[in-house]
Structures are given as C-alpha cells and as structure tokens.
Design a protein around this ligand. Structure first.
Ligand code: RIB
Ligand code: CA
Length: 320
C-alpha cells in the first residue's frame, strides 16, 4: 500500500499532539516533518512540545522545523488581542510528556517548506492545523509554491461557530492576513475543516478511558491530552454534550485516513481582516451570493464514531 506523505504545520497544543501521533503512527500515512508556528503557545514551546510528542511515541526520526514567532502583519497577538487566553487554558505552554534532548532542525520552517516542494519527486499533502503564518510567508517568498503543492487540508474557520470570538475561529483569527493569502493562493485541491465539522466529532471521558486502556504510550498520552481538554471545555466552553471535547486537528488527519469522516461542500471562502467584531471570520459563501469562484471543499459535518475508531485502532499499535 502506498503511504500518503504529509507535512503537518502545528502550534502544538493538545489537539495538535493527537494529530501528530495519528499521522506518525497510522500505517497509511508517512509524516515527512512537522513545522511549528506561534499560536496556542509561543513558537519555542510549540517546537519543544512537538519534539516531546514525537519522542514519546518513538518517532524521533521525524524532523521538526521551527517557524514564525508572530503573525504575518499584526503585532497585537498573542497580547493584547488574546483577551481570554482560551489557548492558554486548553493547551498550557508545556505538554505533560517527558522532556527531550533532541533539537529542532537547523533550517527554518518557511525555508524547509519552499525547498521541500521545489525538490519533491513525490506528492506531499500539506496539513496546516495552526495559524497560517508559515504558509503565507512561504507563498509570498515563492510565487510558484502553490502550484507545487498537490493538496492542502486546513483545520480552521467556522460558519455557524466561533471559538475565540463569536465570529472567528482561533487559527484564522490569530493571523487573518495570512489566512487570506493562503485561501486565495489557488491551490489545486484545498479542503477546509472548520469548527462546524470538528464540533460534530466530539470525544468523551469514556472514550479517554478506552484510549488509556490500550496500554500504549500514544493511548495514554491521547487520554491525558483529551481529558484535559474536556475539563477546560466543561469549565469555560461547554460543548453540546457535557463531558466531551472536539479534537480539531486530529479530525483533519483522520480525514486523510478515512475521507468519510468528514462531509464537504464546495464553496468560496474569504477572510475578514478588519472590524473589531468580525476580524478573523471565514466568510463561507454557502449560497453563492458573492460571485467568487468556489475554491475550497468545506467540511460541515464529521462522523464521531468513524473518527474514534481510527484513534483507537491507531493508538493500539505498539511502537515499532
Ligand atoms: O480552533 C481550534 C484550533 O486552534 C486548533 O488548531 C487548536 O490547536 C488551536 O490551534
Ligand atoms: Ca492547532
């Protein structure tokens, strides 16, 4: 079976960590590298967390390239715009996995992305599950980059749901100008997995017990990360079902393994970059009013049982 190559762009955090483990352990995927960016935590913490998670599951062979430490244009994130520090509560700065002596790669994330796609001889899917600063910078530096990337699957945005404001989802809100550049780049195949989908693939405490019962490092870590997410969501951002949480970034990776996990419709998507109330909103033209050519397959639903099945099957595997 040909394994699907991918690069994960992450701001590791708890759900990024589950996505990384899924991409690194599933037999159908070949995680080429992780690139890190400022988002859930300052970028140096995201890099350290990514290295820790990969070492925890015995995948120290996967390199980590550090990227942008601040948004593409704005100087007002993480503070003062990050009023409620939602990310800080749901992710913290350092994840509860052992430290590692392993170092990040010498090259920067943007340089790595440009050079990798310039020299690629096989298709590599790009999966940004964080603010899109690195991707926008790479597209700006290399105008031919978009045509070299066969497929992009982004966790971000929201139509009926916002999480960091009523209008906006965190990854887009944290760097709206970058998101606008990425969504307008003209990728051949672009999938957007917004909160409207990830909030339908909720994971519960009982599911965490099943993950822990697997008796593997990945199962234990996933149970820990997801259990913490449930605690915080129950406290400050209760889901439709108490005692559950979305695991946003892992839904993206899961859809590469089982496309039926998400249900998509093709629409034009733009990003609001001004307006105190609406900055960072993904404007998804669901009724084709704006005249913009649909450029993204947008996920409006997700199958929680298919998603959980993949988590349990993948994290049951013993490290090679
Ligand atoms: O809004 C959810 C997204 O923001 C996820 O990628 C999470 O890790 C945070 O980055
Ligand atoms: Ca993330």
């Amino acid at each position: 079976m040909t394994r699907k190559k991918l690069i994960l762009d992450v701001d590791t955090g708890t759900d990024d960590a589950v996505a990384i483990m899924l991409a690194a352990l599933h037999p159908a995927l070949d995680l080429v590298a992780c690139t890190t960016v400022n988002g859930n935590a300052p970028v140096e913490y995201c890099t350290d967390n990514t290295l820790r998670v990969l070492d925890h599951i015995a995948r120290s062979d996967i390199p980590v390239y550090e990227g942008a430490a601040r948004p593409f244009v704005r100087a007002d994130f993480p503070v003062p715009r990050a009023q409620n520090d939602l990310a800080g509560k749901i992710h913290g700065k350092t994840l509860p996995v052992p430290p590692t002596a392993r170092r990040k790669a010498d090259a920067g994330a943007v340089e790595f992305l440009i050079e990798t796609y310039r020299n690629a001889t096989e298709e590599i899917t790009l999966v940004p599950v964080a603010p899109l600063t690195n991707i926008a910078a790479a597209l700006t530096l290399d105008p031919k980059l978009a045509e070299r990337i066969p497929e992009v699957v982004i966790m971000g945005g929201g139509h009926e749901i916002g999480n960091v404001t009523p209008a906006a989802e965190f990854n887009i809100w944290a760097d709206p100008e970058a998101a606008g550049i990425v969504l307008a780049a003209g990728f051949r195949k672009l999938t957007l997995v917004p909160l409207d989908a990830t909030h339908r693939a909720l994971v519960s405490y009982a599911d965490c017990q099943r993950l822990r019962a697997l008796g593997t490092p990945a199962g234990a870590a996933a149970a820990e990360f997801i259990g913490h997410r449930i605690e915080v969501h129950d406290e400050i951002q209760k889901m439709a079902v108490a005692g559950t949480t979305p695991v946003h970034d892992a839904v993206c990776v899961g859809s590469l393994i089982d496309p039926a996990i998400i249900t998509t419709r093709r629409h034009h998507v733009a990003v609001e970059t001004s307006g105190a109330l609406t900055v960072g909103r993904t404007v998804i033209d669901t009724h084709f009013r704006g005249g913009g050519a649909p450029q993204a397959d947008v996920a409006f639903d997700a199958d929680a049982s298919r998603f959980l099945k993949i988590l349990l099957e993948t994290f049951a595997r013993k490290p090679a």
